[in-house]
Structure formats: C-alpha cells, structure tokens
Design a binder for this molecule. Structure first.
Ligand SMILES: Nc1ncnc2c1ncn2[C@@H]1O[C@H](COP(=O)(O)OP(=O)(O)OP(=O)(O)O)[C@@H](O)[C@H]1O
Length: 309
C-alpha cells in the first residue's frame, strides 16, 4: 500500500522567525484514518496547510498523493480540505454553495454531487436552508460535505470539532468515522483533544513543538509504549462470561466488558504478563483468539511526551 502523505525533515519558519515545524518527518499510509495530535501551537495547522499546498516548506520535502502539492493545481482537486475556521457566504443556501463547489471542481453533475454529499452528512433536509441559519454542528457537516465533493482521495480536516458542544462533537466524529469506513479516502484529522481521536483514528502522528514525537498505527504504538490497550477476545462458544470471570480476577486486567456470547473486550497494559495470561487461557481452550485493538491515546501521549497536552 502506498503513502498518501510524506513529510521528510520539514521546516517551516515564518518571516517573523516563528518555527512552526522543526524537522518534522512522518508518513501516512493510504486508507488510514490518521490523527495529528499535539498541543496548541505544535504545528498541526501548518502541517495541513503544507499538505494542501497552501504553503511551502522552508526546508525539507512534502509529498501528497505522490506529488509535491504546491506545484500541482491538479492535486488540489484530489484533496478535500476543511480549514480550522471556514468562512461561508451566509445568505446562500446549502445547495447553492455545494453546487458552486462542485462546479469549481468541474464535476459533471453538480446538483447530483451536492445532493449525494448532503445526504452522507445528514443535510438532505437542509438543502434549501440559508447557511446563516445553520447551527455550528450543521455548519461543520456542511464543511464536511464541501470537502467530500468529487470524492477526494485524501481529506484534511483541521480541528473539525472545535467550538462544538459535546453532542455535536460526537456526531461529527461518528460521521468522520463512517466516511472513513464507507469510502476508500485517506482521512487526516488534527486535534488537540486526545480522547476524541480514540473514537476514530487508527493511525497517529504526535507533534510536540514542531517535531514529530512518534507516528505509526495506533495498536503498534500502544504496544510499543505500553499504554493501556483494549484487547478484543474471541472465546470458545458461549464461554464469554466464564472467561470474563477468570480475567477480571487478574492483576494485569483493568476492565472487562462482555459484548456477546463469545466476545469480550479487555482493558490491559500490553506486555508479557497479558500475553502469558491470554496464551494460558488459549491453551485451556477458553480463549480462541485475541488482538490488541486500540488503546488510550491520552495515556499513550503521556508515555511518549512525559505529559502535558
Ligand atoms: N502565518 C504565520 N506567521 C507567523 N507565525 C505563525 C503563522 N502561522 C503559525 N505560526 C506560528 O507557528 C506555530 C505553530 O502554529 P500552528 O497553527 O501550525 O499550530 P497548531 O498546532 O495548529 O495550533 P492550534 O491548535 O493553536 O491551531 C505557532 O507558534 C504559531 O504562532
């Protein structure tokens, strides 16, 4: 599988001297739903703007979908971008804006395109609504629909949940997750709110002061840093409760959830103790298979950086 985004030793120094990126290197594989996480000012927005080709690096190499983005007008049409603070014409209808966007991309059926993505983001009932009348959550849906026009190969979403209330936040995250699983688009989401990424991301880039502390598939990082993880366990037929009772008594297990007759989720810090325990239960025939599914991004972040997001 190829790489959707490659940053190689990228520096971005602004005219006033602020160094937003200081030798950042990371890559994001095609098809990933990647979170770029880091505290305010760590270079998230700068990274997305460089990937979009809206800015050029002072030094280093940025490659997106196999090309250098600021040299190629063509690649912009393959990327959907949701800026941190999008600006919309308030007196225009939802449909009109989406149709306009589809026309700018030269898409053959602008109305069909507008309706398709409005449906995906749950705005079908709002096609004729004035943009100025939408709530913040619905404005973000509109931003997602706009970024989806033309079904881009890559979506760059900059802090898509900022300024939303908790319910709208969850709706947007769920929407991003379902877009990620329904389409083959690579999605990159920046955020300074770590627990949010847990709901959606399977790949992580951790930025600290313009440098990449770590990047990689989430389960791999959880394992490497021994942050608390969630194991998905298949037990022998109808043995989920029995296995749960065994596991909950073990020191290394932080929590157990029975999710079916023969399926469990187990919270534990990955490492030899858990592996031993699970292989013992496997040998006994109680557990059939297990995989480390994901982990606590907050804990991971603390293990990587020594704290303070
Ligand atoms: N156009 C600019 N001119 C000068 N300095 C800038 C510019 N854009 C960003 N910076 C500085 O570069 C650093 C990184 O900014 P950036 O916006 O990329 O961070 P961020 O991680 O997205 O933060 P936030 O969550 O606050 O948006 C900050 O110190 C910021 O002040």
């Amino acid at each position: 599988m190829g790489l959707a985004v490659v940053f190689e030793n990228v520096w971005k120094i602004f005219p006033g001297g602020a160094a937003a990126l200081q030798g950042a290197s990371f890559s994001i594989p095609e098809g990933a739903l990647a979170g770029i996480v880091g505290p305010n000012g760590s270079g998230k927005t700068t990274s997305l703007r460089l990937a979009m080709g809206f800015a050029t690096p002072t030094r280093g190499r940025v490659e997106v979908l196999g090309v250098v983005p600021w040299n190629s007008g063509e690649v912009r049409a393959r990327i959907g971008y949701l800026p941190e603070r999008p600006v919309y014409p308030l007196n225009v209808s939802v449909e009109k804006l989406l149709v306009h966007g589809a026309r700018l991309l030269g898409l053959p059926d602008p109305y069909g395109e507008a309706r398709r993505w409005a449906r995906v983001v749950g705005l079908t009932g709002y096609l004729s609504a004035r943009i100025g009348s939408l709530s913040r959550g619905y404005l973000q849906r509109l931003g997602l629909a706009y970024a989806l026009l033309g079904e881009p190969e890559l979506m760059l979403l900059d802090e898509p949940t900022t300024n939303l209330d908790p319910a709208a936040r969850l709706e947007i995250l769920d929407l991003i997750r379902s877009i990620g699983s329904d389409l083959s688009t690579t999605i990159v989401v920046s955020t300074h709110i770590l627990p949010e990424m847990q709901r959606v991301a399977n790949y992580l880039v951790v930025l600290v002061q313009g440098r990449v502390a770590v990047h990689g598939p989430l389960p791999e990082l959880v394992k490497r840093y021994r942050a608390e993880g969630v194991y998905e366990i298949s037990t022998a037929p109808r043995a989920a409760r029995r296995a749960a009772a065994r596991l909950i008594a073990e020191d290394v297990v932080r929590g157990v959830e029975v999710v079916g007759d023969s399926r469990l989720l187990v919270k534990a810090r990955p490492g030899p103790e858990v592996e031993e325990l699970l292989s013992r239960l496997k040998a006994e025939g109680l557990v059939e298979s297990y995989t480390l599914r994901t982990g606590s991004i907050e804990q991971l972040y603390v293990s990587i950086t020594g704290g303070g997001a």
